[in-house]
Design a protein around this ligand. Structure first.
Ligand code: S3P
Length: 415
């Protein structure tokens, strides 16, 4: 069944986490609107509140009063959210906070040494369960470092830069390829001493609080990707995606969609709070296979599961390499995608760092194992729209991590 119509999206998850955290470092009240209602951003809010930060609901907005961090009485429950724990490790280290971090089953399996290693080079004292949660940090006199991240990861980069805001001397981070740059852009705008040069970012201790701000968070391009993909593969579909973030470090999915031959019109773009935002039309057209290489992966890391679904419907071979980071996301997304697509009859080969897919292939209905991963649930819901027979998910509710409105919006747009 085709989808048609217009849709706006809840605020970008990455920017929302940061907006809450940076408002906590600001002088006075900041007002944030269009925050997503999903559980991940809520985890950041409740962790900050547990550290003494006041956050009030005012209508649909939130108002954060900066300053006054204190040690939490209880372990900080980060739920499913890797961004919450990893960024807060750096932020709370900079504020001299003692805290223990916990989370759900998925978070318990995710690597934290990628953050604890650079933070311990900064002389932060911490303990962990062999690099996994629970993680405890102890108030320490931290020092700036020059860190070469082995992975292009905005979470690693951000954690080190945030710690740098409370460290003696300069803190620099380089990464192999540029990952999403929201931390750098936002901190610069809010008055931190932060400079960037390609894949190098440098900061130093905050000598005064950040400036307080009002922000309407732009629509999340990662949530929008599922609707763009639907319009691309379901015949006769045409959808207008209103007001989504067009930050160049986040546009990899849309470039891939264009290369695959989907119908796309960039209707309008404008600037707001230092970001480009745009409205985009996507419509069905035959797709062709695509090659994605390691340098391109950071720009569409969260969208790769849905790119693979698109590739099963595209003409010819698709190859995605250098995407081994997918194995340490909310689940092992390479395994999850291959296992489920094999069940549906796709022609897909699992690689240690990606996938080879031959299309187009008629997919069949199947029982999908979501691994409680929101993006696997959304990707396979979309696969179900072009499958012969029913697709059922073992835990459809997990979409509430990022996009609780996903099913109702899809239903509204179906013709
Ligand atoms: C995020 C960074 C990415 C991404 C995650 C959100 C962020 O993780 O997968 O969903 O907001 O910084 P990595 O930076 O570890 O790749």
């Amino acid at each position: 069944m085709a989808i048609k119509g217009k849709i706006s999206f809840p605020g970008d998850k990455s920017i929302s986490h940061r907006a809450l955290m940076f408002a906590a470092l600001a002088d006075g009240d900041s007002r944030i609107s269009n925050l997503p209602t999903g559980a991940d951003v809520q985890s950041t809010r409740t962790c900050l509140e547990a550290c003494g930060i006041q956050i009030k609901d005012v209508g649909d907005d939130v108002v954060v009063t900066g300053g006054g961090f204190s040690d939490p009485d209880q372990p900080l429950d980060c739920g499913n959210s890797g961004t919450t724990i990893r960024l807060l490790l750096g932020l709370l280290a900079s504020q001299g906070i003692n805290a223990t971090f916990i989370g759900d089953n998925s978070l318990s399996n995710r690597p934290m040494n990628r953050i604890l290693d650079p933070l311990s080079q900064m002389e932060l004292e911490s303990n962990s369960n062999e690099g996994k949660i629970p993680v405890t940090i102890h108030k320490s006199n931290i020092k700036g470092i020059t860190y070469q991240s082995p992975v292009a990861s905005a979470q690693i980069k951000s954690a080190v830069l945030l710690a740098g805001l409370g460290a003696d001397g300069k803190t620099s981070v380089t990464e192999p390829f540029l990952s999403r740059d929201h931390t750098e852009k936002m901190l610069k705008r809010l008055g931190a001493n932060l400079s960037t040069n390609g894949v190098l970012s440098t900061t130093s201790r905050l000598i005064s609080p950040l400036s307080n701000f009002n922000l309407s968070v732009p629509g999340d391009p990662s949530s929008a990707a599922f609707f763009a993909a639907t319009a691309a593969i379901v015949p006769e579909s045409e959808i207008i995606l209103n007001g989504i973030l067009h930050n160049p470090t986040r546009m990899g999915f849309y470039s891939a969609l264009q290369k695959m031959g989907a119908g796309m019109d960039f209707i309008d773009t404008w600037e707001e709070a230092g970001e480009t935002i745009g409205t985009l039309k996507v419509f069905h057209q035959p797709l062709k296979g695509i090659t994605i290489t390691k340098d391109e992966v950071p720009g569409l890391i969260d969208e790769l599961p849905i790119v693979v679904i698109l590739a099963t419907q595209a003409n010819g071979k698709s190859e995605i390499r250098g995407a081994e980071e997918l194995r340490v996301k909310e689940c092992d997304r390479i395994h999850a995608v291959c296992k489920n697509l094999n069940k549906m009859g796709a022609d897909i080969k699992e690689l240690h760092d990606g996938f080879i897919i031959y299309g187009p292939k008629q997919l069949n209905g199947a029982e999908i194992k979501t691994f409680h991963d929101h993006r696997i649930a959304m990707a396979f819901t979309i696969a179900g729209l072009v499958a012969n027979g029913d697709v059922t998910l073992d835990y459809p509710e997990c979409v509430s991590i990022s996009f609780p409105e996903f099913y109702s919006e899809l239903e509204r747009l179906r013709q």
